[in-house]
Design a protein around this ligand. Structure first.
Ligand code: ADP
Ligand code: MG
Length: 322
């Protein structure tokens, strides 16, 4: 449905998107997750034809976003990070204007606007000026604009940023509702946000895709490489002698507790759970283990580890690069 190949974007010397490649299949909710400055908005702006790429290719249902922008854009509804709202228009006027831009036929227009306003719960405020609406309502107007025309793909850049918890829940519900008939891609720098609604997570760091999978697979894949903790009331050297015999151990870190217990954090190679092996190795040498447990890596830890060193750098906007 969407194919992104080796997408690269430079702003002057700054590499904002670095050889990004991924595909998006129909009917799922995808989440772009990454800290501020990771390149999410840049990627989305390129995918939707708002920004040119330095290199690489974006195909929307087989249409190149640069070479066949009309066909490609017809498949997409986009809510940019800063939605282009006209403050002096009423909600309904603005949506009519947006419908015209999207070349929705006159016959279908009113019914579509009704439906979009109904989905985003805007009907009650349709005659209000946009400038008088709260942040949450403005966001809904942006969303209504994105879903007008009911394109196959709906792309939402940080759709819940700046909203209060109740509004966030409403937007999430709306996203889930949309996902029944559309493919939805949304971005966020907040893990909880993405985990809550997405079927598939793409973690972006410094313009690179560093991991992509379902939330469950990401956790499972990484948890094997998670830590096993053991405790034994023996000399550290004795404990280490046993650990050295176990080939699957990647590295370990011993700590001596006040009561003389040796506590070890063990990092394992690969996804296999080697607790049984560890148990047997110590039992063979008649060393009882006080503790033997698997500390599962949480998605939070995975996210932190993958995006570490990702310092937020706000570059000055260089007009020449736009
Ligand atoms: P995100 O949406 O993940 O926060 P962005 O795509 O907005 O990230 O930005 C990626 C990087 O590109 C950041 O380092 C940002 O400062 C830089 N950047 C974004 N837009 C511009 C621009 N118009 N000119 C120069 N640098 C930019
Ligand atoms: Mg952004």
């Amino acid at each position: 449905m969407i194919e992104v190949k080796n997408l690269t974007k430079r702003y002057g010397k700054h590499l904002a998107v670095d050889q990004l490649s991924f595909t998006v299949e129909e009917g799922q909710i995808y989440g772009f997750l990454g800290p501020n400055g990771a390149g999410k908005s840049t990627t989305m702006n390129i995918m939707t034809g708002y920004l040119g790429a330095t290199a690489g290719e974006v195909l929307i249902n087989g249409h190149d976003i640069l070479k066949e922008p009309e066909e490609a854009k017809r498949c997409i509804g986009y809510l940019p990070e800063q939605p282009p709202l006209y403050m002096e228009m009423t909600v309904e006027e603005y949506l009519r204007f947006a419908a015209d831009l999207k070349k929705i036929s006159k016959g279908e227009r009113d019914a579509q606007i009704e439906k979009a306003m109904d989905l985003t719960k805007l009907t009650d405020v349709k005659n209000r000026l946009i400038q008088n609406l709260s942040k949450g309502y403005k966001q809904r107007v942006g969303l209504a604009q994105a879903i007008l025309g009911f394109p196959e793909i709906i792309i939402l850049d940080e759709p819940t940023v700046g909203l209060d918890p109740k509004q966030i829940i409403e937007i999430r519900e709306l996203i889930r509702k949309l996902a029944k008939h559309h493919t939805v891609i949304l971005s966020s720098h907040i893990l909880a946000e993405i985990r809550e609604v997405c079927d598939y997570i793409m973690i972006i760091s410094k313009g690179k895709l560093v991991a992509s999978d379902t939330p469950e697979n990401l956790e499972n894949m990484m948890s094997g490489a998670g830590h096993i903790e053991i405790e034994a009331r023996r000399a550290q050297s004795e404990v280490e002698n046993v650990l050295r015999q176990i080939s699957r151990i990647k590295r370990y870190n011993c700590m001596l507790e006040e009561d003389g217990t040796v506590k070890v954090q063990i990092e394992v190679q690969g996804p296999e759970d080697i607790r049984e092996q560890i148990f047997r190795a110590f039992a063979d040498r008649k060393i009882p283990l006080q503790t033997l447990k698997l500390n599962k890596t949480s998605l939070e830890e995975i996210f932190l580890e993958l995006t570490q060193n990702d310092t937020v750098k706000e570059e000055t906007l260089d007009e020449g690069d736009l």
